[in-house]
Design a protein around this ligand. Structure first.
Ligand SMILES: *Cc1c(COP(=O)(O)O)cnc(C)c1O
Length: 364
């Protein structure tokens, strides 16, 4: 009997996919899940009711294909983001991962290059390899910072067609200065590079941290990616979107699958957006816990990175594996992002945060 891996070796898998590992954050059945930066508050009762009603309504028309251009959703997203955006500047897909995959399908692909600045979102190289785009990396400075000068030089020297900037960055949590985004954009002029600013955690930024949405006017190659998975507590609904010049959204129609956003998905997202205020009220409570985690980790002698996100990255651990396992035994799952001496924890409810902090204190 051949082993499954032998059988796989016989299949004609694309050469560039051989040996790659799929995205694999553990999905364990544990009481306190603080490992993938979900919104642990859940969906408020009135929003839940609105979503159920909208899905019931959508279900009466499921014999028909959905609105291919998701016009109502684009209007709602433009209204939500503000900044003078109009529906033609919005595009959505099944999670911002699909949005970024579509950008790579349209603007990357064989013979083209994308650049990322690790440690950053682990999906960028996978999205690149899935679309046959070469992925190159450039280093960050001390404490994982990025400067306009270094970023511009790396973008220019790489000749990249796609630039991934993650702000606030996953896994470190810190937002980029807009000067870094501007420098990357200007440095990409010659290669006509598409600059993607992944703002998956944009709603959690500290007061005074501006969004790259403010840079969109006059920058036709700039794309700001957002998601309803984190602040909106809708990771299970799969709805991500981008804001950019209308010229960006237009060619994405060439590579998207027909009717890629189901009528159910559109109904859920529209219902949630009309209740954005209620959904986002928990964002403030999460930010309080986020800032509390930073303070208390410092008091424990650890080194948390400043966070503009709903999670905290911290270093200074002698044996992160032991800490991770000890927390898991106590029913708290956090994330080992593979950086020596470090772990990452999502800011949850007050009780979840208390359990995390007190267990960590005991383990140390
Ligand atoms: C969670 C996350 C996303 C969101 O992905 P979805 O596909 O929208 O759920 C995107 N980018 C980063 C950096 C993330 O951490």
């Amino acid at each position: 009997m051949p082993s499954p891996s032998d059988a796989l070796a016989d299949l004609p898998l694309r050469d560039d996919l051989v040996g790659l590992q799929p995205y694999g954050a553990p999905q364990l059945d544990v009481p306190v899940l603080l490992n993938v930066n979900e919104n642990t508050f859940g969906v408020p009762a009135d929003v839940h009711a609105a979503i159920v009603a909208a899905v019931a309504e959508a279900a009466t028309g499921l014999n028909r294909y959905p609105d291919r251009e998701f016009g109502e959703l684009r209007r709602n997203l433009a209204d939500y983001l503000g900044h003078g955006l109009v529906p033609d500047q919005l595009w959505a897909a099944n999670g911002s991962n699909e949005v970024m995959q579509q950008l790579l399908q349209a603007f990357g692909g064989p013979g083209r290059t994308a650049i990322g600045f690790p440690p950053t979102y682990s999906m960028y190289p996978l999205l690149a390899s899935g679309t046959g785009t070469r992925y190159v990396t450039a280093p960050r400075g001390a404490a994982y910072t990025m400067t306009p000068g270094d970023t511009a030089r790396e973008v220019r020297e790489s000749g990249a067609n796609i630039v991934f900037l993650c702000s606030p960055n996953n896994p470190t949590g810190t937002a980029l200065d807009l000067e870094v985004v501007e420098a990357a954009y200007e440095a990409g002029e010659q290669a006509r590079a598409i600059v993607i600013v992944d703002e998956a955690y944009g709603e959690f930024t500290q007061d005074g941290t501006p969004s790259a949405l403010t840079l969109l006017p006059g920058r036709p190659r700039l794309v700001v990616s957002r998601t309803m998975s984190k602040a909106f507590a809708l990771a299970g609904a799969r709805l991500g979107y981008l804001a950019a010049a209308p010229e960006i959204a237009d060619p994405l129609r060439l590579i998207r699958l027909p009717y890629h956003l189901s009528a159910v998905t559109q109904a859920v997202a529209n219902a949630a957006l009309t209740h954005a205020g209620t959904l986002l009220s928990n964002v403030e409570a999460i930010k309080v816990q986020r800032d509390r985690i930073v303070r208390e980790l410092e008091a424990l002698g650890l080194s948390p990175a400043p966070s503009d996100a709903n999670f905290v990255f911290f270093t200074g651990l002698e044996d992160p594996r032991r800490i991770w396992e000890g927390l898991l035994e106590a029913g708290v799952l956090i994330r080992d992002v593979g950086i020596p001496g470090s772990l990452r924890v999502t800011a949850g409810t007050e009780q979840e945060t208390t359990l995390f902090l007190s267990t960590l204190r005991d383990l140390l």
